[in-house]
Design a protein around this ligand. Structure first.
Ligand SMILES: C[S@@+](CC[C@H](N)C(=O)[O-])C[C@H]1O[C@@H](n2cnc3c(N)ncnc32)[C@H](O)[C@@H]1O
Length: 385
């Protein structure tokens, strides 16, 4: 037998004929699937299991207009006033969601198992510091390894970045085996500084794609590094770019198990927290909408790559939508956001737009100049409530 969540709307006056018709017609649109209504002159009973919220809202508006009956708006308000457990497909679930997750004594069990045991006994200070004004809302041109050394410990709320594929080191053909090691050594020196400047409870989010042509699992190597440094692995987002324009055959591997060549249409966002999973922040500084939250916590994001890279003159930019989601889901308004490989400033421009403070560093003067202009020309988003 299907289970439903029951909601009751008590009526002050008996329902009018057009209201009854509107309710019956509205309920019939769902064919008893996921949503049902019963009513008499004293109350309306709503039975909720799962609904596509947008469709639900649309039907409410249409049927209300058609029958000139406002009663359906009360139903929408009632449904809005309760929480759903989550989304599967595009439907909100109100009952029976992920039964297996209802573990008894979850906290104690996690404690006993040693939740994120690898990050225990770290030596991070819990005392956070204020970033000096001279670094707030700035784009700085230079090597992040050097610049970050000037930044105080525990002063940045969120780092979001996409590292370069290489650091312009000479590719000496006699030293191939050293090349990637040099790359990671340099990257990790910069990451060490990032970890140091991150606040306790702050997050560092790295966008990486596996370096497939050289068989370097960079997302694993980088994640292992943060784990070694005792950060908590908060999770991973699969950024589906849907760029299927890659060739499907490679000479010698076509339709043969000898060495099939795997293609990736996605990249990863690896998310780490310093010291604590929970981040401090004020309620009024939350700017993510309920629907955005529900969609975005599902860790597969389909976002097209930036189409205007030529316009900005950078070959490997973030699309703005990706940055918007990261900032709204993982930071509060007024937080300090750092991108140590800021390129033409997608992170800093979006941080400004969304009311965060920002610091962007890039080694290229040309990119910094573009980022500076771009960020300056970006307006702060204001919402009217
Ligand atoms: C993948 S791009 C980042 C693009 C950026 N997300 C955007 O949307 O424009 C990496 C950037 O790292 C910069 N870079 C390389 N080595 C650096 C270093 N040592 N310090 C600072 N920036 C560096 C490059 O100039 C490049 O712009």
């Amino acid at each position: 037998m299907e289970t439903y969540k029951e909601l009751i709307i008590k009526l002050n006056n008996p329902l009018k004929e057009n209201e009854k018709q509107a309710l019956s017609y509205f309920a019939s649109l769902f064919r008893g699937n996921g949503f049902k209504i019963e009513f008499n002159d004293e109350m309306i009973k709503i039975f909720l299991r799962e609904i596509n919220y947008y469709e639900f809202k649309n039907y409410i508006e249409k049927v209300s207009q058609e029958y000139n009956a406002n009663i359906l708006t009360d139903i929408l308000k009632k449904v809005d006033s309760i929480k759903s457990y989550g989304i599967s497909g595009n439907k909100r679930n109100y009952v029976d969601y992920n039964k297996e997750r209802k573990v008894k004594d979850r906290k104690q069990k996690e404690e006993k198992r040693g939740q994120y045991f690898y990050a225990r006994n770290n030596t991070f200070s819990t005392k956070n510091n204020v970033l000096p004004v001279k670094y707030i809302n700035k784009i700085i041109c230079g090597d992040s390894e050097t610049i970050l050394k000037e930044i105080p410990d525990n002063s940045i709320d969120l780092i979001f970045t996409s590292p370069p594929y290489n650091f312009g080191l000479d590719y000496d053909s006699g030293q191939d085996d050293k090349f990637w090691k040099n790359y990671f050594d340099k990257l990790f020196r910069i990451f060490d500084e990032c970890i140091r400047v991150l606040k306790y409870g702050g997050r560092i989010i790295i966008n990486i794609q596996p370096l497939f042509s050289d068989y370097i699992p960079s997302h694993h190597i980088i994640s292992n590094y943060f784990i070694e440094k005792k950060l908590i692995w908060k999770g991973e987002i699969l950024w589906e770019k849907n760029n299927y324009n890659c060739k499907y055959t490679a000479w010698g591997s076509w339709k043969s198990p000898s060495n099939p060549y795997l293609k990736y249409t996605w990249e990863f966002l690896e998310i780490f927290a310093k010291g604590a999973l929970k981040k401090e922040g004020k309620r009024e500084d939350i700017d993510i909408e309920a629907e955005e939250f529900k969609q975005w916590v599902i860790a597969k994001w389909s976002i097209a790559p930036e189409r205007d890279m030529k316009k900005w003159g950078h070959p490997a930019m973030f699309p703005e939508k990706l940055v918007e989601r990261v900032l709204k889901l993982f930071s509060f308004k007024n937080d300090v956001v750092l991108d140590p490989f800021n390129g033409v400033g997608t992170t800093t421009a979006m941080a400004k737009k969304l009311g965060r403070k920002y610091l962007g560093i890039d080694i290229s003067k040309e990119y910094c100049d573009i980022a500076e202009k771009r960020t300056k020309n970006t307006a702060i988003e204001t919402k009217l409530f």
